[in-house]
Design a protein around this ligand. Structure first.
Ligand SMILES: Cc1ncc(COP(=O)(O)O)c(C=O)c1O
Length: 500
């Protein structure tokens, strides 16, 4: 019998028997069954179900440690799954409307690298929005692929980058028909989505694979009010951070893919190259459980998350000086849809930078936000949020609005870094002979490293790009604002490694 489940996106019409299948958790079940057998372990992990790590067992819970297994016959093996992991991956694929699913235990960074390496050999071109995560740069270094960057659309009012313009993406495909793939982000950290479908169709006309970063979109598939997922738009593969908005444990992630341009075995091959040989069952089991939860309860839980986000937006927009944008940004350049669970709070008018607001909320109000940038602070509203928890944030913002945190300084409107010249491939620059010079004296030189604040982990310069004065100013601005700088040798940003 066919039925439409309440709240479910129209596109997800689930056959009753499939929903029953989504009720299963083959990997979790096998883990519990193995634990019940009370086997005498002479394999690793050496804590032997927590007995050799009493303090950890007390802190993490004995149950968690007693389920911390390594690969074995009855529990399958991630590098070549044939039984319970394979079944769990198949259920994952079905839940996401994909042909194949792959569990990933080294974070979405590993998923992104494996996806790109599955498609690009050294020297192959790949089209990439320039606001991609640092894992994409790692993939370029490791694969030797050559990036063709598309500038995403910059929103001057909000001080953030959105998605890519459809026409720009299509033109870039036309100008680079020899590219092996186009990489897209769905959604950006701040919730904007590019118009996936026409870009996917156009890329496919040229035999190009479409790879999607859904690090912030593991939930999209499960509610009709959220933008389309990569698989719904016909993409070939997507890296899905189940751990970010899908409810699994930190570092667990997944790839879902479609039969066609990319072979299933290619993705598995590169996951094995990038991955561990000791995949954590706690992480994998958590993906199995999170998938079941999303498939069975996701729509209802996301309805609640959306209601909370909408309520919060409304309340925040009543507080003088704060602004939380919503669906009204749809239609701006690079915004073809918007994920309302990304609650971005702009504090420009109150005279506080996003970095400052992030710190104030944590240090003065015990509220941990997802990220702060020059102008905004981001709250991710997800499966575990409640009206009580959002009220804590709203009350804090009300208090901040009438407290003298404001230093009344004008938010220094930073010059956007803009398009940079790629003079060398990321791999060649990364492996070239380097020279360590003062950042302030580096304009015109080719960088050997990436500079970024984490989060969001979007590099302002990557290996192979030519350093400009805007890059130097932006980097120093990040430093002045105590942003967490990563990936450069000198995190004080006094020096940078450039090609000799
Ligand atoms: C857009 C994007 N892609 C990929 C990643 C990598 O995810 P992970 O931290 O799971 O490796 C992140 C992490 O924040 C991200 O923001």
């Amino acid at each position: 019998m066919k039925r439409t489940i309440n709240f479910l996106p129209q596109s997800i019409i689930i056959m009753e028997h499939e929903n029953v299948k989504q009720n299963r958790t083959p990997l979790l079940d096998a883990m519990i069954a193995y634990k019940k057998k009370n086997c005498t372990p002479f394999d690793v992990p050496g804590h032997k179900y927590g007995r050799g790590a009493q303090e950890l067992a007390e802190i993490f819970g004995e149950k968690a440690l007693s389920l911390d297994f390594n690969s074995m016959k009855s529990l399958d093996m991630l590098s070549n799954p044939t039984s319970v992991i394979k079944e769990a991956e198949t259920l994952l694929a079905e839940a996401y409307g994909a042909d194949y699913g792959y569990f990933v235990v080294n974070g979405t960074s590993s998923a992104v690298k494996s996806m790109i390496m599955a498609v690009c050999k050294p020297g192959d071109k790949i089209i990439i929005p320039r606001n991609a995560h640092k894992s994409v740069v790692s993939a370029l270094i490791m694969s030797g692929a050559i990036p063709v960057y598309i500038q995403p659309e910059y929103d001057v009012k909000l001080g953030i980058f959105h998605g890519v313009d459809t026409e720009k993406a299509i033109n870039t495909i036309n100008e680079n028909t020899d590219a092996k793939a186009i990489f897209l982000i769905n959604p950006t950290y701040y919730g904007a989505v590019s118009e996936l479908k026409p870009i996917v169709e156009h890329a496919h006309k040229h035999g190009m694979a479409v790879l999607v970063d859904e690090a912030h979109g593991a939930h999209l598939r499960f509610h009709v009010d959220l933008p389309s997922s990569a698989m719904e738009a016909g993409a070939d593969a997507s890296a899905v951070s189940t751990h970010k908005t899908g409810g699994s444990l930190t570092q667990s992630s997944a790839i879902v893919s479609r039969q066609g341009i990319i072979q299933e075995s290619q993705i598995r091959k590169y996951l094995n190259i990038n991955g561990t040989t000791s995949a954590s069952y706690l992480l994998m089991g958590s993906i199995d459980g999170a998938r079941k939860n999303l498939a069975l309860n996701g729509t209802k839980m996301l309805q609640e998350a959306l209601d909370i986000a909408r309520y919060a937006r409304n309340e925040i927009n009543k507080i003088p000086g704060f602004h939380a944008f919503g669906r009204e940004i749809i239609g701006r350049p690079g915004v073809y849809g918007f994920d309302e669970t990304k609650l971005v709070i702009n504090s420009c008018k109150i005279g506080i930078t996003g970095f400052e607001l992030y710190d104030i909320l944590r240090d003065q109000y015990n509220i941990q936000m997802e990220l702060g940038d020059a102008y905004n602070t981001l709250a991710v509203i997800s499966l575990g949020d409640t009206y009580e928890s959002i009220q804590v944030l709203i009350n804090a913002l009300k208090h901040i609005a009438v407290t003298d945190y404001r230093n009344a300084k004008n938010i220094n409107h930073l010059k956007n870094v803009g398009e940079l010249e790629v003079r060398m491939s990321p791999r060649d620059a990364f492996y070239s002979d380097t020279e360590r010079i003062k950042l302030k004296e580096s304009v015109g030189r080719i960088s050997c490293e990436s500079i970024m604040a984490y989060p969001p982990g979007i590099p302002i310069i990557t290996p192979g790009e030519v350093i400009t004065s805007e890059v130097v100013d932006y980097a120093l601005h990040l430093k002045d604002n105590n942003a967490l700088i990563t990936d450069v040798e000198d995190i004080e940003l006094n020096y940078i490694l450039v090609v000799r």
